[in-house]
Design a protein around this ligand. Structure first.
Ligand SMILES: *[C@@H]1O[C@H](CO)[C@@H](O)[C@H](O)[C@H]1NC(C)=O
Ligand SMILES: *[C@@H]1O[C@H](CO)[C@@H](O)[C@H](O)[C@H]1NC(C)=O
Ligand SMILES: *[C@@H]1O[C@H](CO)[C@@H](O)[C@H](O)[C@H]1NC(C)=O
Length: 436
């Protein structure tokens, strides 16, 4: 896969110790409060009755969001077309082939979702797969001065896909904003747990088991895609998709301890980070998962009053043009335990660059109160992390580069000198996280 990325010169300047300029870190702690619970009303709630037939339980969601699910799928198609459009049909077929291998209830639910939304089973399956492999995020669990636990997350999605030059935003991020829904999962007539998902996606990306625990999943780069491939080719391998493990833990476990045990041991198809929150004191952990078990766990303790995770390992440097970890910590330290609550964590996650052009939604959770609120986000210009991807436009291997201000075509990216990029557009060419 192509590893060339372009970054605004201002971002590079920061790496040299200068300011990022208008794209810089902007912690909103101490500024006017941006949290307004009423803003969460635009994310619709649905009931999914787990006692109902899996083939029909998603009918309402599928029927009311079919068009928008198709629009999101179109952005996946656009992305695949950057490589080769003919792969798309193959991938849909490939995804359809794997559906019978899915564990229940997901297997039956995908069939039901396809029927209700008007898409093919392969298309719904492909979309679900894309959610598994392409996401960024910031998750935080924090304790207030009385030992009460709060959990918040930004879901970033769609970066590196397709930049809409007119609207100055990621095309897929935009499409996904129409798909964010909250769900009450009902069992025996009562709410068993609550979750946030994209309509058409049967897993849970963020969720809360009231009086139990809260969870969010972040992507870990460098995924083991062979495992996913194996799943489709060899059938059930006893390993779980990350997105379904989330929903499974919310279904099966009722306490923080049970959830911790499950999340550190469940065999996975791909690595990832589970961020787990509980009810009080030290119940907050970032579990760094490999396919076979936990590779590292960060837990809150007497002195460590919060855990924060983006998309980089505890012992690895961040890619400097995507440093959401450093600014996140700075902002949390400004917040302090005395300001930890839903509004405080929302303020941190509204601070750039934790809020960025790829942020689809923010959710805040409070287990003891059973609270889950989700907010659609929009990062106003100037807003950072607008990465660009070299885009192959024709058989001659000529490429188009979208920048914040212009579009450039070049014949052979290999031959482009850093200086040309600099003088031509104010953008740099980087490879593997280094300035080329
Ligand atoms: C950008 O978004 C607008 C509004 O959705 C759309 O009309 C336009 O076609 C998009 N541009 C590209 C290049 O996709
Ligand atoms: C608390 O956690 C931090 C961060 O993981 C660690 O550096 C520190 O040693 C821990 N302190 C105690 C008392 O365990
Ligand atoms: C490839 O380059 C040749 C020579 O410049 C040109 O005639 C041809 O149209 C190009 N092909 C495409 C698909 O752009």
């Amino acid at each position: 896969m192509l590893r060339f990325l372009l970054v605004p010169a201002v971002l590079i300047a920061w790496a040299n110790g200068d300011s990022w300029g208008p794209y810089g870190e902007q912690c909103l702690v101490g500024k006017e409060q941006v949290y307004n619970p009423a803003d969460s009303f635009s994310v619709k709630w649905y009931n999914i009755d787990l006692d109902e037939d899996p083939r029909t339980r998603w009918n309402e969601v599928g029927e009311s969001h079919g068009k928008q699910i198709l629009a999101a799928l179109d952005t996946v198609k656009m992305f695949i077309a950057l490589i080769d459009v003919s792969i798309y049909d193959f991938l849909v077929e490939f995804a359809a082939m794997g559906v019978p291998n899915l564990p229940e209830p997901y297997h039956q639910e995908i069939i039901g979702m396809a029927k209700a939304s008007g898409l093919s089973v392969g298309e719904v399956a492909l979309l679900n797969l894309f959610y598994e492999i392409k996401k960024g995020c910031t998750s935080i669990v924090a304790r207030d001065k009385d030992g009460e636990i709060y959990h918040a997350r930004n879901q970033d999605f769609g970066f590196l896909f397709y930049w809409n030059v007119t609207l100055q935003t990621w095309q897929q991020t935009m499409a996904l904003k129409d798909l964010v829904i909250n769900i009450n999962y009902i069992k025996d007539g009562k709410v068993l747990f609550k979750g946030v998902t994209f309509a058409g996606h049967l897993g849970t990306l963020t969720g809360i088991r009231p009086q139990g625990f809260s969870i969010s999943t972040n992507a870990r780069f460098g995924s083991v895609h062979e495992n996913i491939y194996d799943f489709f080719v060899r059938g059930l391998t006893g390993r779980s998709f990350l997105m379904y493990a989330d929903r499974d833990v919310l279904t099966k476990c009722s306490t923080y301890e049970e959830a911790y045990e499950y999340l550190t041991t469940v065999p996975l198809l791909a690595p990832g980070y589970f961020i787990l929150g509980g009810r009080q004191n030290n119940q907050g952990a970032v579990i760094t998962r490999g396919p076979d078990g936990a590779e590292h766990v960060d837990t809150m303790n007497q002195t460590s009053w919060y855990v924060l995770q983006t998309n980089y390992d505890w012992d690895k440097k961040v890619i400097y043009l995507d440093d959401r970890r450093g600014p996140g910590h700075d902002c949390m330290n400004k917040l302090g335990t005395k300001n930890v609550n839903l509004a405080g964590l929302f303020q941190v996650l509204s601070s750039k660059p934790n809020l960025n052009k790829a942020t689809v939604y923010t959710s805040v959770m409070h287990v003891n109160a059973g609270t889950l609120e989700s907010f659609i986000r929009d990062c106003q210009n100037p807003c950072c992390c607008s990465w660009r991807l070299w885009r192959r436009v024709d058989a001659n291997r000529s490429w188009t580069i979208h920048t914040l201000t212009s579009t450039v075509s070049v014949r052979r990216p290999e031959s482009v000198k850093c200086e040309q990029m600099r003088s031509g557009t104010g953008y740099f060419l980087i490879e593997e996280g280094k300035v080329a």
